[in-house]
Design a protein around this ligand. Sequence first.
Ligand SMILES: NC(=O)c1ccc[n+]([C@@H]2O[C@H](COP(=O)([O-])OP(=O)(O)OC[C@H]3O[C@@H](n4cnc5c(N)ncnc54)[C@H](OP(=O)(O)O)[C@@H]3O)[C@@H](O)[C@H]2O)c1
Length: 281
Amino acid sequence: MNAELKTYCIIGDPIDHSFSPAIYNAAFNSLGLNCTYIAFRVQKDELRDSLDSLRAINIGGFNVTMPHKIKVLNYVDYYDKTVEMVGAANTVNNDHGKFRAYNTDVIGFIKPLHERKISFNGFNVLILGAGGAARAIVVALAHEKGIANINIFNRNTDGSEKLSNMIKKMGLESSIVSNNNIQQVASKSHLIINTTPLGMKNEKSLINSTNIRTDAIVYDIVYKPINTDLIKNAKTAGAEVVYGYEMLLKQAIASFKIWIQKDPPLDSMKKVLFGMFGEPV
Ligand SMILES: NC(=O)c1ccc[n+]([C@@H]2O[C@H](COP(=O)([O-])OP(=O)(O)OC[C@H]3O[C@@H](n4cnc5c(N)ncnc54)[C@H](OP(=O)(O)O)[C@@H]3O)[C@@H](O)[C@H]2O)c1
């Protein structure tokens, strides 16, 4: 380890739940890199000052999480086309003093579906939630061929309208789902994706097991606990599940590649993650 120490971090609020330091430090150690990764709690009104400080200490790069994914774009020097489409970033690289922003949630979300060789032909998709992660997911799905429609349920209807309009602008069919027809729409959906935080505190899922098709794919991007109520309902229904930790790992791999220009060791990252919450059963 002769190279100069490089520091990476994640900024957000709350941040004490973050698995990112453990995942990235495992990867750095495994590759023998003189790099370290830490978590900083940055409150809403501290973003600008925090970014100035990160520039001053010559941070190698950083991840951005709630509530800064959108606002961070005001303080970076460059962002790519994907960030522009999503309107939010989760990764920033310090390229010789210039902050370049990326969104690896897009690739992080779609990779586990590509690995399962899913054909989206004729798919009715139901997305629960309309926040930053949902926007990244919609951008990922817009690149797939054959999707029939993407239905949006959000507790705040302004949010569902905005996301539904974004989908239509990308050339896909989209409808807004209400409390009255959510179960009925779920029962016709081939892919159900939860992007709300519901499940993190063991809350009941918005979708009952009786309204999940046996041939459906149910993807919960909540990663802790691994088996959320929605995942349990999907298993009861005999559907295929995609766990939130899969997206977490894939987006982390993509961020690592942006910073280090190398593939991280997936096994070390997985090992440390499962050490924290056990392997999925
Ligand atoms: N696995 C991964 O790699 C990964 C990546 C990114 C995010 N995530 C997880 O995804 C979740 C959402 O992240 P985000 O960045 O999209 O957050 P966000 O921008 O704040 O959006 C949150 C969404 O969830 C809805 N929501 C919040 N609380 C709710 C509740 N109690 N009941 C129903 N809906 C609720 C919000 O609805 P309103 O519009 O009505 O407020 C909004 O649509 C978080 O749990 C985050 O940890 C996971």
